[in-house]
Design a protein around this ligand. Structure first.
Ligand code: IPE
Ligand code: IPE
Ligand code: MG
Length: 264
């Protein structure tokens, strides 16, 4: 498997256009309330923004788009809303996969999928397989995903893969087992809807991502709002622990792996 730069062990390249954008799509319920509609209308409307974002990423040469669709804590919502969200997920998968495939988009779904109905699991599987050969854009949907779940399941799999080993673990031992090991860490994180929190999204992978928060509600987030986030991103000085002076005097180079080893 391809090994991507780790933000703590290497200095990832600083690029004007992010390679990987990860988004918490928040504010559907408040958008619906504002329009005197049921919450579900907001979720349905939010799907339009997903289509817009996929198009934007294709046009701008962004390679990975990751969307938080349902968190491991969203099961706490009223049963009706959860079940409508599941139905919407099924419908969107069925309707959109052909178009994604035509546009060279590879679809991947991360999260604890075992909790979903078998029909939905099969549909996810089929959609991933259908688009598996595509590489223009990797669209990841995080569903029943939690950052803590991810770190735990990766740890469990790392230990299973190395039954004889004791201690002396390195982060490179763990990262191949994370749900998104097929992608570089997000360069840019966006959360719509005004809240400034991570809500158990990609805890490990966001270590050095640029965090962008906007008041715009997800159903109203559009190409213009996305470009504003990209413009903000371009202005950031990504130091990865170094000083500004170091950045000015030396062009970005890949530094040797200097991360500490962790002894168990
Ligand atoms: C995000 O919108 C969508 C999901 C979590 C599924 P919300 O439903 O959280 O919208 P608000 O935060 O209530 O406005
Ligand atoms: C985060 O949104 C999860 C998704 C967008 C899927 P929430 O609306 O569930 O987050 P909190 O509860 O406000 O932190
Ligand atoms: Mg919310």
């Amino acid at each position: 498997m391809q090994r991507f730069a780790s933000s703590t062990r290497d200095v990832p390249p600083a690029l004007a256009v992010p390679r990987h954008v990860a988004i918490i799509m928040d504010g559907n319920g408040r958008w619906a309330k504002k329009h005197l509609l049921p919450r579900f209308a907001g979720h349905r409307r939010g799907v339009q923004t997903v289509r817009t974002m996929v198009r934007c990423c294709l046009e701008r040469g962004i390679e990975y788009l990751t969307l938080f669709a349902f968190s491991s804590e969203n099961w706490r919502r009223p049963q009706d809303e959860v079940s409508l969200l599941m139905q919407l997920f099924v419908r969107v998968l069925k309707e959109e996969v052909r178009k994604l495939d035509r546009n060279g988009v590879r679809l991947r779904v991360i999260g604890d999928l075992a909790r979903f109905e078998p029909d939905l699991q099969a549909l996810i599987d089929a959609s991933e397989q259908r688009t598996a050969a595509n590489s223009r854009l990797v669209l990841t949907i995080a569903a029943n995903y939690g950052g803590r779940w991810d770190i735990l399941q990766a740890t469990r799999r790392m230990l299973l893969a190395n039954p004889e080993r004791r201690g002396d673990w390195d982060e490179a031992d763990l990262t191949p087992h994370l749900a998104m090991s097929y992608a570089p860490e997000p360069d840019l994180f966006i959360r719509t809807g005004g809240e400034q929190r991570i809500s158990n999204f990609l805890l490990w992978q966001l270590a050095y991502s640029e965090l962008y928060f906007t008041e715009v509600l997800w159903p109203e987030f559009d190409a213009l709002a996305f470009d504003a986030a990209l413009a903000w991103y371009r202005q950031r000085e990504r130091r990865f622990g170094r000083t500004s002076e170091q950045l000015l005097s030396a062009p970005p180079a890949s530094a040797p792996a200097t991360g500490p080893r962790v002894d168990a």
